[in-house]
Design a protein around this ligand. Structure first.
Ligand code: UDP
Length: 322
C-alpha cells in the first residue's frame, strides 16, 4: 500500500514546517506549498533529503492543481504576525478568503480531509474570559488587525459551508499564541522580539504597561493537538493552546531569566486594538482529543533560546528569513 499523502499550505512557515516534519515521521508523503512571502526555505531544507518530501513555491490564492491522490490537506498559509499583516493586508485577506476557497475545492475534488488553521483572533478583544469555542468574539473589522481576524472568520464560515453543503470532512483549529524554534526573528511578535533583545543585551520593548495577558503554547504541543484533531470527527472549531496565562511583563521577565540577560525593560506605546486578555478554554480539546499541553514555559523557552542563539550566531547580525 502506498503512503498516505498530505498537502500543507504555508508549509515553509513556522507552524507549517513543524507539521511537515510530523507528518513525515508518521509515514506520510508530504507536499509542502508556500509562496515564501513570510515562510523561509531554511525552515524545511533539512527535509529535502527525504524522498517523500516535495516542495513547490506557489501562491494558493491562484488555481491549485495537484496530481494524484490526497488524503489530507492542511491550510496554514497566511501572514500571521501583526507586523506582517500590516505590511501585507491584501495578501492576508486573499489567502484567508480566496486561498481557503481554492484549497477547500481541492479537498472536495480529492475526497481529502481538510484542516483549517484558524485563530484566537476570531475572539478579537474578548469580553468573555477565558475563551471557549461557543464565544462569538469582539472583533473590529476595520482596525489594523481586521484583515487577519476577518479573513480567518470568513475562512471558518467557508469551511463550515463546504462541510454542510458538500459534505467535506473538515476540521477547524483555533490556535492561540504559539512559540518555538523557527519563529522569524524579526516578525515583531513578543517572543522573537524579547528573545533577540535579551540575547543582544538590549532593552526589552514591552508595549503599553505590560498588563495585557497572553497564554503561550510550545509548538510541539500544538502540533500534537492538531494531529489528533485531524484524526477526530469534529467539524466545529476546537481551541488548541496552553491555558497558562500571564501578563506580557511577566513573560518579558521570564525571557530575561531564561537567557540570563542583564537587559532592562522599557515601555512603549500599545498597538491599536491589542487584545487585553487571552486564555484558551481547552475543555473541549481535553474531552474530545484527550489532549493537553505538556511542555512548561521554562522548558519551551530554553529550547527556543537554543534555536535563536544558533540563528543569531549564524547570521552574525544579518537579516534572517524576512
Ligand atoms: N508585545 C510587546 N512587545 C513586543 C511585541 C509584542 O509588548 O516587542 C506585546 C503585544 O502588544 C501583545 C503581546 O505582546 O500584547 C503579544 O503580541 P504578539 O504580537 O506576540 O501576539 P498577539 O498580539 O497576536 O497575541
Amino acid at each position: 500500500m502506498s503512503a498516505p499523502r498530505v498537502l500543507v499550505t504555508g508549509g515553509a512557515g513556522f507552524l507549517g514546517s513543524h507539521l511537515c516534519e510530523r507528518f513525515l515521521a508518521e509515514g506520510y508523503e508530504v507536499l509542502c506549498v508556500d509562496n515564501l512571502i513570510t515562510g523561509a526555505l531554511e525552515n524545511v531544507e533539512h527535509l529535502f533529503s527525504d524522498a517523500r518530501f516535495h516542495f513547490e513555491e506557489r501562491d494558493v490564492t491562484e488555481y491549485l492543481h495537484v496530481p494524484g491522490d490526497l488524503d489530507a490537506l492542511l491550510h496554514f498559509a497566511s501572514p500571521a504576525s501583526p507586523i506582517d499583516y500590516l505590511e501585507l493586508p491584501i495578501q492576508t485577506l486573499k489567502v484567508g478568503s480566496l486561498g481557503t476557497h481554492k484549497v477547500l475545492g481541492l479537498a472536495r475534488a480529492k475526497g481529502a480531509r481538510f484542516l483549517l488553521a484558524s485563530t484566537s483572533e476570531c475572539y478579537g478583544d474578548p469580553l468573555v474570559h477565558p475563551q471557549s469555542e461557543s464565544y462569538w468574539g469582539n472583533v473590529n473589522p476595520v482596525g489594523p488587525r481586521g484583515v487577519y481576524d476577518e479573513a480567518k472568520r470568513f475562512a471558518e464560515a467557508m469551511t463550515m459551508a463546504y462541510h454542510r453543503f458538500h459534505g467535506v470532512r473538515t476540521r477547524i483549529v483555533r490556535i492561540f499564541n504559539t512559540y518555538g524554534p523557527r519563529m522569524r526573528l524579526r516578525d515583531g511578535r513578543a517572543l522573537p522580539a524579547f528573545m533577540a533583545q535579551a540575547l543582544a543585551g538590549e532593552p526589552l520593548t514591552v508595549f503599553g504597561d505590560g498588563s495585557q495577558t497572553r497564554s503561550f503554547c510550545y509548538v510541539e504541543d500544538l502540533v500534537e493537538g492538531i494531529f489528533r484533531l485531524l484524526a477526530s470527527e469534529e467539524a466545529l472549531p476546537v481551541n488548541i493552546g496552553n491555558p497558562q496565562e500571564m501578563t506580557i511583563l511577566e513573560f518579558a521577565r521570564a525571557v530575561i531569566a531564561c537567557t540570563d540577560s542583564s537587559s532592562e525593560i522599557v515601555f512603549t506605546d500599545l498597538p491599536v486594538d491589542d487584545p487585553k486578555v487571552r486564555q484558551p478554554d481547552i475543555t473541549k480539546a481535553r474531552a474530545l482529543l484527550d489532549w493537553e499541553p505538556e511542555v512548561d514555559l521554562e522548558t519551551g523557552l530554553a529550547r527556543t533560546m537554543a534555536y535563536f542563539s544558533a540563528r543569531l550566531a549564524a547570521d552574525s547580525g544579518g537579516e534572517h528569513g524576512a
